[in-house]
Write a protein that binds this ligand. Structure first.
Ligand SMILES: *Cc1c(COP(=O)(O)O)cnc(C)c1O
Length: 461
């Protein structure tokens, strides 16, 4: 008797849950009609949600680790994922959820397919979570991964040390991501996924994302893109065929500079040779419900709130930073002490044609006219080698010396001795990181002051 009562009770809760889920889906559909800036400011937090939150205009900070349940039926339905609850903050959290909904909308803006997002404790855990589900061992089967070597140092180490060395995954680096023949020569029937950074940190390398997506799909595997440098304000790889996007939210997504955070955003119905139907149907949700529960890389709700707050100004911020950076890049090109400048906005870059095709300020300029914007990151080499580069670097007065980027404050580093130190000289050769290369992230200061700082520093070379 008690059993029957309980089952009926659970059924009632599950039915109510289905209604709530349908309402949320409808709200998401309605939001897709809105423009990018509106989505960045509001996400899915609306007046209804506010009235359930004592009227607060801002999203609530739920710092509680766990959810209280009305009764055992409610608990059972929620833990079977049949009632939209959040259960425990390692698995889900309402504040984090507002961030995930916003990210899915921004990264999916203008895309035909539906998108879902999963926030992570760092960009590095996002790269890990986005890739590890494709490495499931299948008895007797060899596997390889094909990735651009021109990537972030942490990603280089994850793939080469953790995956290749420790797990025996065959790693095939692509040295020149612009060369589609090189990708084609490395992908085969044993390849589990294709991975690239767009544009790359620190060399600003690029590839033709639509062509590479088509190639990956020809083999029935996903294309995973780390789009940290571009952000959805300038490029949305999911609209150009990519299946999964990785973001380090620690960079330009949060220019205020208060958090380490990351995200995996995926379109629905991705190709994969391994994993369940559920994984292919909604990769980001599957990650959250299963991989997250077991690996535990959850984002703190406090950091989610900080991120939401910074995201509201994403488009206008990336516009200003990109315009400043182009000015600084053009200025550097004219300096006698500078050997070479790497910036996708410069016509001298090999990547310029691809960059012009893919990097646009979302929704155009103030008049809605389409305008190319090439991000906040550049790098340059100094004449006189490593010693001269260090002298220039040490002489900066406004530009911070730190391993950081995408902030309101301009920041520089020498990748060979910092972000790309641990991969060693041969690893840096593969990744095309030069010993006398300075990476500069241009912020929102007046660009004249940044150029003056560079000029006085270059005089010390
Ligand atoms: C910084 C960075 C990462 C790693 O992000 P964290 O949040 O620092 O873990 C990954 N990819 C790119 C391109 C980055 O710049």
């Amino acid at each position: 008797m008690t059993d029957v009562t309980m089952v009926n009770g659970v059924d009632t809760v599950v039915a109510r849950g289905a209604e709530l889920l349908a309402a949320a889906a409808q709200q998401r559909q309605a939001a897709r009609q809105r423009r990018f800036d509106t989505l960045a400011v509001h996400g899915l937090y609306d007046m209804n949600a506010a009235l359930n939150n004592l009227g607060s205009i801002n999203e609530p900070a739920y710092l509680s680790p766990a959810q209280h349940f009305e009764n055992s039926d409610h608990m059972e339905a929620a833990l079977a994922y049949q009632y939209p609850g959040w259960i425990y903050s390692r698995v889900a959290n309402p504040t984090v959820n507002y961030l995930e909904e916003t990210l899915a909308l921004l990264e999916g803006y203008g895309c035909a397919s539906e998108t879902s997002a999963c926030a992570t404790a760092s960009g590095t855990s996002a790269v890990f979570m986005a890739t590890v589900p494709f490495l499931s061992v299948q008895a007797g089967q060899h596997m390889n991964i094909v990735a651009s070597a021109r990537c972030y140092g942490g990603t280089f180490m994850l793939f080469s040390q953790r995956y290749a060395l420790e797990r025996g995954v065959e790693l095939r680096w692509v040295k020149d991501p612009l060369d589609l023949h090189e990708w084609a020569s490395k992908i085969d029937a044993q390849t589990r996924f294709v991975f690239g950074e767009l544009p790359s940190n620190p060399g600003l390398a690029m590839f033709d994302v639509q062509a590479l997506a088509d190639m990956a799909h020809g083999w029935g595997i996903p294309l995973i893109v780390d789009s940290t440098i571009a952000t959805p304000a300038l490029l949305r790889p999911l609209c150009h065929g990519a299946d999964i996007v990785v973001q380090s939210l620690s960079k330009a997504m949060t220019s205020g500079g208060f958090v380490i955070a990351g995200a995996v955003i995926a379109r629905h119905n991705i190709p994969s040779k391994v994993g369940t139907d559920e994984l292919r149907a909604n990769f980001a949700q599957n990650l959250k419900l299963l991989s997250f529960r077991d690996h535990g890389p959850a984002l703190s709700p406090f950091n989610a709130l900080m991120t939401l707050n910074d995201l509201r100004s994403l488009r206008s911020r990336l516009d200003v930073m990109s315009r400043n950076t182009l000015k600084v890049a053009q200025f550097l090109q004219q300096q006698p002490g500078v050997e070479q400048v790497f910036y996708p906005g410069l016509a001298t870059m090999r990547e310029h044609e691809v960059a012009r095709r893919y990097m646009w300020l979302v929704d155009g300029d103030d008049d809605g006219q389409p305008v190319n914007r090439y991000s906040h990151l550049l790098s340059f080499t100094v004449k006189g080698g490593m010693t001269a580069a260090r002298r220039v670097f040490d002489a900066f007065q406004i530009i911070w010396r730190a391993t950081d980027l995408g902030k309101h404050k301009s920041v520089a580093t020498i990748p060979a001795i910092s972000t790309h130190q641990q991969q060693g000289e041969s690893g840096r050769d593969l990744a095309a990181v030069l010993p006398h290369q300075i990476r500069l992230s241009v912020g929102t200061e007046h660009p004249d002051d940044i150029m003056r700082d560079l000029e006085q520093a270059l005089a010390r070379a």
